[in-house]
Design a protein around this ligand. Structure first.
Ligand code: FE2
Length: 259
C-alpha cells in the first residue's frame, strides 16, 4: 500500500516530536503493509517555519539520510499546503507538489470553504497543477453541503479521505461524511494523515476494509495503490467513475415521495 499523506518530519509542524517517534511510526507503517510513503509537512498552517524553505529542506535532507537504508519503505517528498491566495507562486518557489508531480495537497480550514476556491483552483489548473483536497470529510461545510465537493470534483480536483475518519477515530459525524463521499463517488484516494505513533498512527488497512464495504474491494485497493502510484509517477489517475450529484439523489427522493 501507498500512504500519500503523512507527517513524518520532527520539529516542523504538529507531527512527531522526535526522531525516535518517527522511527516508531515508520515501523508501524511497515507492519501495516505500507511500502511507500510521501511526506507531507504542513505549509502555512503554523507560523513557526511557514516560509522557511531552508529549514524545510534541511529537515527533508536529514530524514532521507536517516531512512534511506530502511529497506521496507520508499519515501517521497511532498507537502500539504493550507489554502492561500498566492498558492501557485508559492508551490513553484518551494517545491510543494507531490514528488515533483503536478499534484498538490490543499488543506481547508475545518469550518469553511473560502468563497474564491473555484477561481484559485482554476488558476492552479491553468498553471498545470491538479489540486487534491485533503480530508474534506473533516470540514463541516463540505460535510453538510456535499454538492460543493461534487462541483470541485467535476472541475477536475481530486479528493483524499483520511483513514481514521472511516474507522471512526474523528467521531460519528466525520465517519458519516466520509461514507457519504464514497457513496457519491467523490473520493480518489485514502491516506493516513498520520501525526504520531499513538493517537494518529500510520495505519491504512482497516480503512481499506471499511471503504471496500461501500465501493467494493477493487476500488478500495486502488485508492491506496494504483491511484497514489499514478500521482507519484505524475500520470493521469485511473478513472474511479463519474461523480454522483448529491442533489440528484435528493431530487430523486423528493420525486419518489411526491408519487
Ligand atoms: Fe495532514
Amino acid at each position: 500500500m501507498i500512504d500519500l499523506h503523512c507527517h513524518l518530519l520532527p520539529d516542523w509542524d504538529d507531527g512527531p516530536e522526535s526522531w525516535e517517534e518517527v522511527e516508531k511510526m515508520v515501523e508501524q507503517a511497515s507492519e501495516d503493509g505500507i511500502r511507500k510513503i510521501c511526506l507531507t509537512p504542513h505549509i502555512f498552517r503554523f507560523s513557526r517555519y511557514n516560509d522557511n524553505l531552508q529549514v524545510l529542506n534541511a529537515r527533508f535532507e536529514e530524514f532521507f539520510q536517516r531512512f534511506s537504508s530502511f529497506s521496507q519503505i520508499e519515501f517521497y517528498r511532498g507537502a500539504e499546503v493550507f489554502i492561500h491566495p498566492d498558492l501557485v507562486s508559492v508551490i513553484e518557489k518551494k517545491r510543494l507538489s507531490l514528488n515533483g508531480s503536478e499534484y498538490v495537497f490543499v488543506e481547508f480550514p475545518s469550518d469553511q470553504v473560502p468563497a474564491g476556491v473555484k477561481e484559485l483552483f482554476y488558476q492552479m489548473q491553468l498553471a498545470g497543477y491538479t489540486p487534491i483536497i485533503s480530508h474534506p470529510e473533516r470540514n463541516t461545510v463540505f460535510g453538510q453541503q456535499p454538492e460543493l465537493l461534487y462541483d470541485l470534483v467535476n472541475r477536475g480536483c481530486l479528493v483524499q479521505l483520511t483513514a481514521m475518519s472511516l474507522t471512526g477515530g474523528f467521531g460519528h459525524e466525520v465517519k458519516k461524511y466520509a461514507e457519504q463521499f464514497l457513496k457519491y463517488n467523490l473520493v480518489h484516494l485514502i491516506a493516513t494523515d498520520a501525526h504520531d505513533s499513538i493517537r494518529r498512527k500510520p495505519v491504512l488497512s482497516q480503512a481499506v476494509e471499511q471503504a471496500a464495504k461501500i465501493v467494493g474491494p477493487g476500488k478500495a485497493e486502488a485508492m491506496v495503490g494504483d491511484v497514489p502510484q499514478a500521482i507519484l509517477d505524475n500520470r493521469i489517475v485511473p478513472d474511479v467513475g463519474p461523480p454522483i450529484s448529491p442533489g440528484s439523489r435528493k431530487r430523486k427522493l423528493f420525486a419518489f415521495l411526491r408519487k
